[in-house]
Design a protein around this ligand. Sequence first.
Ligand code: PLP
Length: 446
Amino acid sequence: MPDSKTHVLNVFMNRQYPSIVRAEGIYLYDEDGKRYIDSAGGPILCNLGHGVGEIVDALVEQMREVAFVYRLDFTTPGLEEACTKVCEATGGVMDKVFMVSGGSEATEIAIKLARKYHIDNGNPSKYKVISRWLSYHGMTMGALSWSGMTARRAEYDPMLRDFSHIAPAYCYRCWFKRTPDSCDLECAQALENEILCQGPETVAAFIAEPVSGMSLCGAHPRMDYFRRVREICDRYDVLIILDEVMTGFGRTGKWFGFQQFDVIPDILALGKGMGGGYFPVGAAAVSARVADTIARKSGLFAAGFTWAGNPMAAAVVSRTIDYLKEHHLVERCAEKGDYLAKRLEDLKSHPTVGDIRGMGLMRGIEFVKDKRTKEPLEPGLMFWIQLSQEALSRGLFIEASGGCDRGRAGDMVMFGPPFIVTEEQIDEMVGIFDEVLTAVEKRAGF
Ligand SMILES: Cc1ncc(COP(=O)(O)O)c(C=O)c1O
């Protein structure tokens, strides 16, 4: 029954939620003093760990100086500094940043910038966006239209725009029935076919996550996938938007996911860890080619949101970037990510562990009924929900998700702890998860 005391419209409206009153490092504490390990860093965003005083100080200082001015007529030193630091963090691949309040807004602005680029470049017929099935780019109607996460789309489907989706880069369940030996990057080639079918003169951009977030929990393509995508996009004047809302700012063990794949994108969508877990912030960043084309022609980008360019967000972004550098946290993410991957391998002896994948501190597990055939578990079991609930009861917060088998079935979890996590803490979280999995498998009859 619903908790009559709450006026919060919760996701699970009939569930009692633990109330968290304190957070420190990788730990959360509820009002009864129970401790939870935050093995997902919130929804994979608390990259610095909880309770970092310097970030709080930077925010408070900025609020005292200037809490808000409107970007239509003003800039602030903090916004200038943050956007410069973001571009520097990309190694100069990006030249201008439009700061917003989260990931969905970031992909919305990224798509609008792609459209604006083509208009100003003399190709106003280019407006279509191609994305991938089993991707996630946000919850607004636009972002959901180019998302391919079927469960999140389902109820709103009649209200979405008709954008086209190609096959995901999902090696464990390759849609082309290829193996590493027989793979010819058919999943990348599918993009060229789609561009041709849509009409290259109408296609503005391709959007993809370098490493999949919750829709495929850490699945990523072969290392040369994005180079092939780049060649195809260049052939038809289609911009590449990489959705680095989850992968950006160190999560894969490099500053950005595109650096893992040796590809130069045209536009980045950013969010989550950009604010370290301390402030709602996102951004669309564009290359000099895109920015200069717009600046030279119309000199105008009039899309936006009231809170865009928020000085408070900017202060947090600047300090987050400094903190990542000062504490070598991106390098640490790579190192501890390798350790986490090694420890997760120990779970392979479980009868349901089908695949372990990911990069850095973004590691997913996919569960199956039959390891040999990869037959998914019965969707009615709600295995992924059972896992997250059992984990919570044992003091482990973990992100879980379903639908990886074409939206029909499939159960996954993702580990994405703060980058400050120690090897002992990784041992502890994997140890608890081992027990969680044993309990849930037992209930499911394994
Ligand atoms: C890859 C990716 N893009 C976009 C989004 C949407 O971001 P937000 O929830 O901040 O709007 C998410 C959120 O999970 C994400 O993982």
